[in-house]
Design a protein around this ligand. Structure first.
Ligand code: FCB
Length: 496
């Protein structure tokens, strides 16, 4: 017994579990998030830029994208099956002008990172860009004002002490490569066919990605290629519905499945381009670039765990929704006929992933079917009985799923429509489950809450309010919601 400890003190320490010498506390330490964890919020250009208070709308809004067309075209809005709110983009937060305010707010939260996107159509509004033969050649087609804007923008993010994670394609495509209206009306014969036309989109999006890496790679190390490929497939080509419609908003399984694989090939081409052109280690960690895709992974459960058909259906939904794209982009294994077995291996696609960005929102409860949902694909023997359910523990499932590919995960989106209590009912439970997974060994590098401010929620307009900060539609004033203080507390203490 150390001389300076009295027998009474030793007994007291033993009884409280501290039965070693001082400083040799064997009681398990409370797990905390690591000090170098990336804490952030996420936004996407289309959803936040428009609505500038003083900059003219034609400069503030990016009018050259398929999404601009999708939410503003009167014929498309009039079609009820498109579920378009018709809300003017002028209601959006005006981040294009007010980004310094937003970055101040991101810093005030205590975050050290920020996820945003580059809008391809803002940088390259004219169809002539498709004539470019190399990344250097593409420079002549870049809009000088947009290039200046993005340079100032990334400077500001870095000056705020925030590590940028930049999405190269958050859904939107230039109209010259995707005319969503024409393809909505006649997907077989439209001219600018977006993800339906791999021969055109793959080289074009690769050059654009290489250009961004070349121009902004001195400030950006973390890149995300495509946001939610399966949401593009589902809401654009398979089952557009009230929850989400993406252009071209058609219901064509014969087109949807090829689009999923075109997206996988597009990702690989973007990956290679960024790797070649981002040659600067912006954050000094010895790595020039970390490039990943951002699938929206779902937690899946069978409606009745004792019912074999439900269990089977749940496994098939998990395979089709969570794994087919990752198997293609990580392993190069293409299962084009969706029979559960890859029939094609692509070395030119495999291994293009440094991390998996996970958007986690929901658990899906699955009823198994005896007859497939889409007769061409027997593996679609499921029906999503409950599509949107907050399920905090599922965040552990999806990071473990990402890690099972041998790759680190970053939660690139997770969020809800905040209420007075969502700091405690949403944020803490999700982050507890995430920390639990990490404590058990999961490799997770960061967490980005969706979203920093209320924003233009695609077909819904401003009616869905996911922001840590609310936005006054008229004055554009930002006000923190109660959840913001909870996020700050978790970040500061490292404990959810
Ligand atoms: C995701 C999108 C993101 C936002 C959130 C609520 O599907 O990636 O842009 O709309 O949903």
């Amino acid at each position: 017994m150390p001389a300076h400890l009295s027998p009474a003190l030793v007994l007291a320490l033993a009884l409280t579990g501290c039965n070693g010498k001082p400083g040799d506390d064997t009681a398990p330490a409370t797990p905390k998030f690591p000090a170098d964890f990336m804490w952030g919020t996420a936004v996407a250009g289309f959803q936040v830029e428009a609505g500038c208070p003083t900059i003219a709308a034609e400069d503030c809004e990016d009018r050259g994208s398929d999404w601009y067309q999708w939410v503003t075209d009167p014929d498309l809005i009039a079609e009820s099956a498109n579920y378009l709110s018709g809300e003017p983009l002028a209601d959006a937060p005006g981040h294009f002008e007010l980004y310094n305010t937003d970055l101040d707010n991101a810093v005030a939260l205590g975050t050290n990172s920020f996820r945003t996107s580059i809008e391809w159509s803002r940088l390259f509004p004219a169809a002539a860009a498709e004539q470019a033969t190399s990344v250097d050649d593409l420079m002549q087609y870049a809009d000088p004002a947009a290039l200046a804007y993005y340079n100032a923008y990334f400077d500001a993010i870095v000056a705020h002490g925030l590590t940028p994670l930049v999405t190269l394609n958050h859904y939107t495509l230039p109209l010259w490569i995707h005319d969503g209206k024409a393809c909505h009306e006649d997907p077989d014969n439209c001219t600018n066919r977006g993800w339906l036309d791999l021969a055109r989109i793959k080289p074009a999006i690769a050059l654009y990605s290489g250009f961004c890496a070349q121009q902004f790679g001195d400030r950006v190390d973390w890149w995300a290629t495509e946001n939610e490929p399966m949401a593009i497939v589902l809401s654009g080509y398979l089952l557009p519905g009230e929850d989400r419609t993406n252009p071209p908003g058609v219901s064509r399984p014969d087109l949807a499945i090829p689009v999923a694989f075109n997206l996988a090939e597009g990702h690989a081409a973007m990956y290679d381009a960024v790797k070649s052109y981002d040659t600067v280690d912006a954050d000094g960690d010895g790595v020039d670039s970390m490039v990943g895709a951002v699938p929206n992974l779902v937690a899946v459960q069978p409606l009745d765990p004792d019912n074999e058909t439900d269990v089977h259906g749940a496994a098939d939904l998990d395979y089709v929704y969570n794994r087919v794209y990752l198997n293609a982009t990580v392993y190069g294994d293409f299962d084009r006929d969706l029979d559960g077995v890859a029939e094609e291996h692509r070395d030119d696609v495999a291994g293009r992933m440094d991390y998996i960005g996970v958007n986690y929102y929901t658990r899906i409860t699955v009823r198994g079917l005896n007859v497939p949902l889409f007769s061409e694909y027997p593996i679609t023997d499921f029906y999503p009985e409950v599509l949107w359910e907050e399920y905090p523990d599922g965040i552990a499932d999806v990071v473990n799923l990402a890690n099972s590919y041998g790759l680190p995960a970053v939660i690139t989106e997770n969020g809800t429509e905040p209420t007075e209590t969502s700091g405690d009912t949403f944020l803490r439970p999700h982050l507890s489950a995430l920390l639990g997974a990490m404590d058990a060994g999961a490799d997770v590098r960061g967490y980005f809450y969706w979203s920093l401010t209320d924003n233009y929620e695609w077909n819904h307009g401003m009616s869905m309010t996911f922001g840590m900060y609310s936005v006054d539609l008229t004055t554009k004033a930002r006000t923190p919601k109660p959840m913001a203080a909870v996020y700050t507390d978790i970040i500061t203490t490292g404990e959810p």
